[in-house]
Unconditional design. Sequence first.
Length: 199
Amino acid sequence: MQQLNLFEELAPALPVSYYPDFLSVQEANELYQHCLQLEWQQNYIKMVGKIIAVPRLESIYGDAGCDYIYSNSVFLRPLPWTEKLAQLRDSITALTGHKFNIVIGNQYRSGEDSIGWHADNEPSMGVEPAIASVSLGAVRKFQLKPKQGKPTDFWLEHGSLLIMHRGCQSTHLHQLPKTKKFVSTRINLTFRSHVGKTA
Ligand SMILES: O=C(O)CCC(=O)C(=O)O
């Protein structure tokens, strides 16, 4: 499979790999339709004494017991793997060697939906976790930056796979910013490890 690592051309130090054609268009279309039928929920976080709606819908599937907590406020209990999500997990493992036991879905309904600068460093994922991120639907800008540096912009395409390598979450932050342009729905699936601790 062709690996087009645009980050390598733009900034050789970035700890990611990008596979634009990880899924065929037909596979990506079918998976997108499947993902629309997943159980999506609106979550809320506590910030400076306020309760704020997370600006996207979320879902979680995975092994029993792999509960996930983020921002000290959102508790996600995985539903059992669907057959299609389990197949996707296994094909990512076959390509990368990384094993995953949960997948968190993000559904961005419009350009108003987003995720701000953060690192995925919850203790439940273990030390220096690799994360695999599959994009479906509308193409959105994704940004990655060293903690003290400038962002590199990237457009994550329908059916693509982005791997954030081990160490990336310690050295870099990433985000999917809002956009004023009209964009249709995008679904992102992030496959993660879970090593036992939930907080
Ligand atoms: O939607 C994306 O591509 C990014 C998702 C993300 O950063 C996350 O789930 O932590």
